[in-house]
Every structure is written in C-alpha cells, then in structure tokens.
Design a protein around this ligand. Structure first.
Ligand code: PLP
Length: 441
C-alpha cells in the first residue's frame, strides 16, 4: 500500500541524517531508500505511511516474520530475567541447547556438542578452528561464489599467539573449487548430470597427488545451496559426494547452514535435502529471530581436543537470542511450517517459472522451498548477466511496495526469501508486482 512515492519526505530526511552521521559504506539504504517505522509478519511500514510486502526477511533472519507474536512473548519474558550471562547456565540456556539438539540433522542427533557464537561469520570461523584443531592441519577447501562472512585477521593482533595455532584463515590456506553452478558451469561436460562428479573427481585428484599443492587439508567448507552466490542449487549428488571424500580422507565436512537453515528450504537444514550429515554445522540468522545469535554443532568426539577457552567472544549465547531460538523451534514444530514451505514454495516457483518463460530477461529460475533465485540476463540467448536490469527491477518493485533483494556472482539474481509465515494473499500480491516489474523491461 503505497500512499506517497518512496522515498517520502520523512524517509528522505532520515536518510540524509544517516548519511551525515554514519559511514557511506552502508548497502541496504541504497537498495531500499526508505526509513522504517515498524514491521509485523511479512510487512514493513515506512515513516511516510507506506506499507511494503517483505520478501527480504532481513536476509533470511526473519524466517518466522517480523516480531512473531509467539517469539516476542518469549523475548519479553526473558527481558525481565537476565540479558547477559556469559556461559553460566540459565534455564533459558539449557532449554535452548536441548531444543537445538532436538532439531539437528538426523546423523548428528545425540552425537554432537554445541559451541555458541555471535554472528554467521563467527560461527564459520569457529567451525574452521575446530576442524584445524582436530586434524592438526590448516588448509580449507571452499567454493567459487561462496559467502561465509568477513571476520578475519584480528586474532593476529591478539597478543597470545596460542590462538594462531588454529584461528584466522589466510588466503594461502584456502583452496577454491568450482561450485556446480549449472547455468554457468565453467568446465566442459558431456552430460549436465556430470557437473558435481567433475568437481569431486578433481578434489580427489588433489588429495591423491602429492604434488597437487593441497597437502594439509583441514576441512571442506560448503553451503548446501549457495546463498549470496546466487541461490545456486547443486545437483543432488554433490553434497553426498563431498561427504564421501571427507569420510575417505578423514577431514571434517563443514556445512554452512547460516542462510539455508531454519526451514528456508522446506527441510529444517539444507543438508537434509540430500540426507547428508555434516561433521560440523554452522547456524545463525533465523536462530535468534533478529537477535544476534549463532552456533556450531560438531561431532562429540572432537570435544576431546578442545581446551578451555577454545574460540572466544564476550557476547556468545545471548539469553534474549536463546529465548527467541527456543520459541522459534517450538513454533516451527507446532505449526508444521516445513510442510507449508514445501507446498507453497513449489507453487511459487511454478509462478516464477511462468513469468520467466514469458519474459526476455529471466534466464533461469532455481531454488527449493522459500529460497528461489531468478537469474536476470540481457537476453536468454547470450545469458549475459545484467546487474543493471536486476537493480532496475528491484527499484521498480520497491516503488510499488515490494521488497526483493539481489545476490549472485554478478549481482544479477533476484531472490525470493519471504518469511516462511507470509500470508498467501501477500505472496500473490507480491508475485503480481514482480510480474509487472519484470515485464516492464
Ligand atoms: C551462508 C552464509 N554464511 C555466513 C554468513 C555471514 O553471516 P554474518 O553476516 O552474520 O557474519 C552469511 C551471511 O549472509 C551467509 O549467507
């Protein structure tokens, strides 16, 4: 419901103040130039009275919507108890730990320990540190298009060099492989089904050949579906293939579920789509429903190698975040949300596919559940990515009252990441706005 063309006068005023007071390195106020007054469920109200449909969910942080009433109640109750408690147990902490254990991927259930962290990047750093500690090695295999956060380096400034035994990842300790990105796969393959096999075969070769340059592998780090990389769904044999290599060479498979976790794909975890069991799983974003909280869970036996004070951070395990996390898991279980995501996600993808078929500029639609990417191209024949067009569509949708963000290797993928609780009427309304924007090109 747009009452004044955004950005309205009050939004412009606040945006101007922000740019005077805050770094110009911000991103989102440029993508969505408005100021927020309040938000509820799958809607956001700006300070000029416009109401938007939210398909961004704070980048997958708000899987249960803004201020989910059930979660809000739990946070309110925690507000009256304690806000910061270090690692000392509280009823809230134990309840949260029990809940998170109860939803771990089947192969990890009853066999894992949890280490709390603060942000997504922090959880990935902790995961890599654990992998290095247990293997005594340093190098990590990661993939093209991956996004795991931007923490790094500060440990080198900390005066105790002990942490450098495992923490901090320098570029010389990263070995990067292609992710099986079918629409733009860089290597020649006879058959599309062979894309992950080629990548995995190459990884095996690196591990078999003493002169490959990869001789101290500490772990394989992978997103089950690449998020920031462009909502890229790999072939079904990709994760199981990595699992198999990890097993054979006795290195941890680290699965980054920061964006794919908490029901986004219609399974609780993205790795469950292919029944893959991680050795270490990274969890953040929706686990705290908007309150910074993250964690890793890892195979229990790794615990033997982790000394007191392994991976630090004052804010780890915030009680408000943990109260939100427990309530979120309970809510998901009670409402059978995953089933909803699967059926509604499939229906939504069909609509995106129809619009793509009828448009000149959407080259591919891909995704699972509520994680659907639309690859914007100059033309379907050339497949040339067009960030300019994608940004134009984003702006046009914004002006019509729909928030939809981009991602991708080339910034040209429009991604659907609505709250999993979005009302169907808002989903349909949003699809109408999306279609008008795409077809106006
Ligand atoms: C898959 C993945 N891992 C890690 C991160 C980093 O999380 P944070 O921004 O909380 O550090 C992100 C953020 O988008 C992500 O998508």
């Amino acid at each position: 419901m747009i009452v004044v063309k955004p950005p309205g006068p009050r939004s412009r005023e606040l945006l101007a103040k922000q740019s005077k007071l805050e770094t110009k390195a911000v991103i989102y106020p440029k993508a969505f130039p408005f100021a927020i007054d309040s938000a509820s469920g799958a809607t956001v109200k700006d300070v000029d009275g416009n109401l938007y449909i939210d398909w961004v969910s704070g980048v997958s942080v708000l899987n249960l919507g803004h201020r989910n009433p059930f979660v809000e109640e739990a946070v309110r109750s925690q507000l009256g108890k304690v806000w910061h408690a270090l690692e000392i147990p509280t009823e809230t902490r134990i309840a949260f730990l029990e809940r998170i254990h109860s939803v771990l991927p089947p192969g990890m259930k009853g066999k894992a320990k949890v280490l709390l962290t603060v942000t997504g990047g922090d959880s990935v750093e902790a995961a890599v540190s654990v992998a290095r500690r247990v293997t005594g090695k340093r190098t990590v295999v990661a993939f093209e298009g991956a996004y795991h956060g931007v923490h790094q380096g500060v440990v080198s400034l900390t005066a105790s060099s002990h942490y450098l035994d495992y923490a901090g990842v320098s570029r010389e300790n990263v070995f990067r492989l292609p992710y099986p990105y079918s629409y733009r796969f860089p290597l020649p393959v006879e058959n599309k089904d062979d894309e992950s096999k080629v990548v995995i075969r190459y990884l095996e070769h690196l591990l078999e050949d003493d002169h490959s340059g990869l001789d101290d592998l500490a772990g394989i780090l992978v997103e089950p579906i690449e998020g920031e990389g462009g909502y890229i769904v790999p072939p079904e044999d990709f994760l199981p293939g990595l699992r198999e290599v990890a097993e054979r060479y006795q290195v941890p498979l680290i699965v980054d579920e920061v964006q794919t976790g908490f029901g986004r794909t219609g399974k609780f975890w993205g790795c469950e789509l292919t029944a893959t069991t991680p050795d270490i799983i990274c969890v953040s974003k929706s686990v705290g429903a908007g309150i910074p909280l993250s964690l890793i869970a890892y195979r229990s036996e790794y615990d033997e190698k982790l000394e007191e004070g392994f991976h630090l951070g004052t804010y780890r395990g915030n009680p408000l975040g943990m109260a939100a996390g427990t309530a979120s898991i309970d809510y998901m279980k009670r409402t059978n949300l995953l089933e909803r995501v699967r059926t509604l996600g499939e229906k939504t993808k069909v609509e995106f596919e129809r619009i793509a078929d009828e448009s000149k500029n959407v080259g591919e639609v891909r995704g699972v559940g509520f994680m659907i990417g639309n690859e914007v191209v100059e033309s379907k024949e050339t497949r040339k990515p067009s960030k300019a067009l994608a940004n134009g569509f984003r702006r046009s949708m914004f002006e019509q009252g729909l928030l939809m963000h981009t991602c991708g290797h080339f910034g040209n993928v429009l991604r659907f990441m609505a709250p999993l609780t979005i009302e169907e009427i808002l989903l349909d309304e949003g699809l109408g706005i999306y279609e008008r924007a795409i077809k106006s090109a």
